[in-house]
Ligand binder design. Sequence first.
Ligand code: ACM
Ligand code: ZN
Length: 745
Amino acid sequence: MRELFFISLICLFISCDLEKKPIASKVNIIPQPQSIEFMDGQFILDQNTRICGDKELEDEMNFLADLIGLKSTFRPKVENMIREKGSCIIFQKVEAKHDEYYEIDVQAHALQISAKSRIGFLHAIQSLRQLFPANFNGDEKLIEKSWAIPSVKIADQPNFKWRGMLLDCCRHFMPKEFVKRYIDLLAYHKMNVLHWHLTEDQGWRIEIKKYPLLTEKGAWREGKDGKPYGGFYTQEDIKEIVDYAYSRGISIVPEIEMPGHSVAAISSYPHLSCTGEQIPVETEWGVFKDIYCAGNDQTFEFLKDVLDEVMLLFPGEYIHIGGDEAPKFRWENCSKCQKRMDEEGLNDEHELQSWFIQEIENYLSSKGRILIGWDEILEGGLAEGAVVQSWRGVNGGIEAAKERHDVIMSPTSHCYFDYSLKSIDLEKVYSFNPIPEELAEDKQHHILGAECNMWSERAPFELVDSKVFPRILAMSEVLWSAPFNRDFDDFYKRVQEHYPRLSALGVDYGLETDPISFATYFEDGLRLQFHKGIPDLDVFYSRTDSHPTPSDLRFDDFIPIDKNEQIFAQAFKSGKTYGEPLAVEVKHHLAIGLDPKYDFEWSPYYTGGGKRALTNGLIGSLDFRDGNWQAVQFDDVECVLDLGGKEVQTIESHFYQYNNSWIFVPEWVEYAVSENGEEWELLERIASEHAPEESGKFIQVFNTSFEPRKVNYLKLKAKNIQYCPDWHEAAGSSAWLFIDEIQVR
Ligand code: ACM
Ligand code: ZN
């Protein structure tokens, strides 16, 4: 009995001892530090640990103490004396070339953080957070008595100075707490700029005391249910957010759009537009022709007043004034704008836009601020001190850097996180190089860095996480880590380890890539092939089950197709479904696999998959970016199929309309046949059933049928309407024609 008692007592001691010893997690930091050295051992942080350093570092030391206090039974004491003995986290200043430089040295008895500046200490704290186990992060209440931090030596600094994200709080209003949460998430990944998009056609989001209607009226649009939809930030909200961002080392760059994307302001104060007409706050997405009147002095009085209040709220050097997507239609037809052009000796409306931006640039620079604008501000001449944000590719950025202007890169190809994973996935973002190869070395220093853009047309705040994450992890590494430290495979592994941290932070992250893409090809008949977005996926498919499981067929090589079929596929990662199931519709017909002879050049942006886009059995959907549509701007579509005498009875082709995106169905479609490919017999000219004015996205089918006949050559011609009509927001711009699949039966 006594023996038993002693044995139990020993067990109790052992188990207590085990319970006490925390285990350090694997080291896995995103973005990857410049230098990291691994050592044996770990630092134990518990109630005896003090945080010690100079008084001037008290805010940063308290930030760390608070983070620890939230998750522990203790909050470490912050002291201004460095201890000789005992467990200690030491904050110490260090000389370094780079302002953001920091070091972390974790030894068994002391953990030292050294940095040159406040910002460096904040970066060090963020790296340190990632040295804790995943459950150290986030708001979940968790109380630990002690923590283990692995022994490492880190020396680190960023590769680019500007590491930003644009958050569009206009298309959908995002609550104050949500914005603060994003500030935390940016800081956690060492991003340092929040580009805050605050004014738009669909809503004005910043309180301006001198112009109360901007938020009384301009912050609200008619919602889908007919009720006012929107919101705005009071000046108190903004001060709170700006202070919060400062405490996390994030600069906020406010964007006040001009001269375009200004419908909400014009709706509040109609005298600011060329027509002076009362218009509602926009409810649709797009580019709108009502913009600020450049001939009206009151426009500039208004904008300068607004900027005065903006500058009081935002202490940072940079103010973004938009400048993108400003149609010149109103200016062309406005006597005040035309008079201004005469007086100022301006040759066209692009020069008028340039003059407009220069007025604002002069004003901002007189107040010691720097203007940023989208790359359209290059058109008609770039204002002297302006910084260019290049979004329509990188060429605007190259041109600006050549003219010795600073540049922020945000090309749609890599940086638009509102775009689907089909066009921008994790690996694509990781492959981004903000410095274009063709830029001369002596101009490269003008590339300050880059921004990822989270436009919110299709993303109310509930969806933002799934679009931003995990892609922003790639962007943070592109901008922070040295090129020699960047390896996608290694990064990908670290991302997998990072997910538990994101989960603890409450991030509802999305996928890394489009799980399954598909294509057909022609070899001994038509074949369907699935491509996995990442190698570690399994794909299962079914002809009947719309949610295939691993008990369905496993996809290996290809699926032969000899009739119209619908095939469902589902990807699995580590046994769990990855993404939504995919439904692929394949049409089998007589023209499958033929190479049409084209008499038009399709756009490189909408190839439909190339020369067999119209004969591959895949049909374009209501998503005109689905990869199946082939498109041409301004020109007609004309092509010939060599059917080799096959018996034909029906012909059908599809065209797309979405006039917001300048896409119109053709005026008419003609089908003609020929014996020799030279003399043609017209089968039918089919007029469009839809007017260009018809809104929304839809597909028109142009089909014809006739008595069965043998056909050698078949020609299709579709007439482009050529210009966006007069009533259109982009009146006079070249119209798009989108075609898919010529189905012959
Ligand atoms: C932009 O995407 N219009 C800058
Ligand atoms: Zn005007």
